[in-house]
Design a protein around this ligand. Structure first.
Ligand code: ADE
Ligand code: ZN
Length: 324
C-alpha cells in the first residue's frame, strides 16, 4: 500500500508555510541572520517538539518564524517545501501564510509575499506543481489588526486567492472576524477558516454562517453535532483534515481513534493535509500512510481523498477537469 500511496497524485489544501520550516533550515537562517538560538543543534531542537495542545505548539512555531527575515529566506523556505511536494507527488498546493507573524516584528508584507511567490513560480516552471496563496489572519490579534493586514493583502490581489483564519481557536470565535471576512469577500477573495480543531462544533457552524467559508480547516469536532455532520454531507462542505497534526496536538490520543475515515465513509468531503509538517513529523505521504495503517482502506477510498481535494481546491474548472 505504501507504493500506491507514494504514487497517488495528491493535492494539499492546508499547509502553513511557516510550519514547513525544518530545524536544519532554521539553523541555517539563524546563522545567516545572526540570531542566537536556545538550542545546540537541529537534532536537539527537534527533540523539544513535544506539545500538550495547540497553544504550546504555537508558542514554539512563532519563535521559529523569527528566523525568517529576507525575501530570500522566504524563497528558501517555500522552495524546500515544494521539493517535498515533488517527492510526495503533490501536484497542486494551496499555501497559507501568516502576514502578522512577520509584520508585527518589522518584516514587511512585500518581503514575505515576494519570496513565497517567486518560489511558487519556480515550482510551477521546474516541477509542474501549481499553487495558490491564502493569507491568514491571526485570531488572537484584534479585528483592527486584521483590517490593517487586509489593506496589504488587497494590494497583492494578483498573487493571493483567499483569506483564512488561524492561531488560538479557544476564546477567539469566528464572530470576531465576520466584518473583515465580509470585506474580503466583497473584494473578491475566497474565504476559509480553522474551526473545530480545539474549538467547538459551534465554531464550524459559525465559520460557515458568519465567514461564508468555502472550506473548513480541520473541522474534526463536527461529530459532536450530528445535525452539522448531516449538513456537511448535504452541502459537500470540504474539511481539510490534518491527521498527524491532530495526534501531535492531542486532538485525538491515537490515530486509530481519529474520525477521518469514518467521516469519509459517511460521505463528508474530507481531505488529508500536513498542516505544519516540520513540527508534526510528516508531509503528505506520511499523513496518508499514518491514516491507512491505523484504518485499513481500499485503494478507491485512498484515491477519494485526492478527488475530494481536487473538488475542494481553488483551481479553475478546466484545470480541475484535467486533474480528475
Ligand atoms: N497555525 C499553524 N498551525 C495551526 C493550527 N494547526 N491551528 C491553528 N493555527 C495554526
Ligand atoms: Zn492549520
Amino acid at each position: 500500500m505504501y507504493e500506491f500511496i507514494q504514487d497517488l497524485p495528491k493535492v494539499e489544501l492546508h499547509l502553513h508555510i511557516e510550519g514547513s520550516l525544518e530545524p536544519e533550515l532554521l539553523f541555517e537562517l539563524a546563522k545567516r541572520n545572526q540570531i542566537d538560538l536556545p538550542f545546540e543543534s537541529p537534532e536537539l531542537l527537534r527533540k523539544a517538539y513535544d506539545f500538550q495542545d495547540l497553544q504550546s505548539f504555537l508558542d514554539i512555531y512563532y519563535q521559529g518564524a523569527n528566523a525568517l527575515r529576507t525575501d530570500q529566506d522566504f524563497y528558501d523556505l517555500t522552495w524546500a517545501y515544494l521539493q517535498r511536494c515533488k517527492a510526495d507527488n503533490v501536484i497542486h498546493t494551496e499555501i497559507f501564510f501568516d502576514p502578522q507573524t512577520h509584520t508585527e516584528r518589522g518584516v514587511s508584507f512585500d518581503t514575505v509575499i515576494n519570496g513565497i511567490y517567486r518560489a511558487m513560480q519556480d515550482g510551477e516552471r521546474e516541477f509542474g506543481i501549481t499553487s495558490q496563496i491564502i493569507a491568514c489572519f491571526l485570531r488572537h490579534l484584534t479585528e483592527d489588526s486584521a483590517f490593517e493586514t487586509f489593506t496589504s493583502i488587497n494590494t497583492h490581489k494578483d498573487k493571493i486567492i483567499g483569506v483564512g483564519l488561524d492561531s488560538s481557536e479557544r476564546d477567539h470565535p469566528p464572530e470576531k472576524f465576520a466584518r473583515v471576512f465580509q470585506h474580503a469577500k466583497q473584494a473578491g477573495f475566497l474565504t476559509v477558516a480553522h474551526a473545530g480543531e480545539e474549538g467547538s462544533a459551534q465554531n464550524i457552524v459559525d465559520a460557515i454562517d458568519m465567514l461564508s467559508v468555502s472550506r473548513v480547516d480541520h473541522g474534526v469536532r463536527c461529530v459532536e453535532d450530528q445535525a452539522l455532520v448531516k449538513s456537511l454531507i448535504n452541502s459537500q462542505m470540504p474539511l481539510t483534515v490534518c491527521p498527524l497534526s491532530n495526534i501531535k496536538l492531542r486532538v485525538f490520543d491515537e490515530m486509530h481513534q481519529h474520525n477521518i475515515v469514518e467521516l469519509l465513509r459517511q460521505g463528508v468531503a474530507v481531505t488529508i493535509n500536513s498542516d505544519d509538517p516540520a513540527y508534526f513529523g510528516g508531509y503528505m505521504t506520511d499523513n496518508f500512510v499514518a491514516v491507512s495503517e491505523a484504518h485499513p482502506m481500499t485503494k478507491q477510498e485512498l484515491a477519494q481523498f485526492t478527488l475530494n481535494a481536487i473538488n475542494a481546491s481553488f483551481i479553475n474548472e478546466t484545470l480541475k477537469a484535467n486533474y480528475r
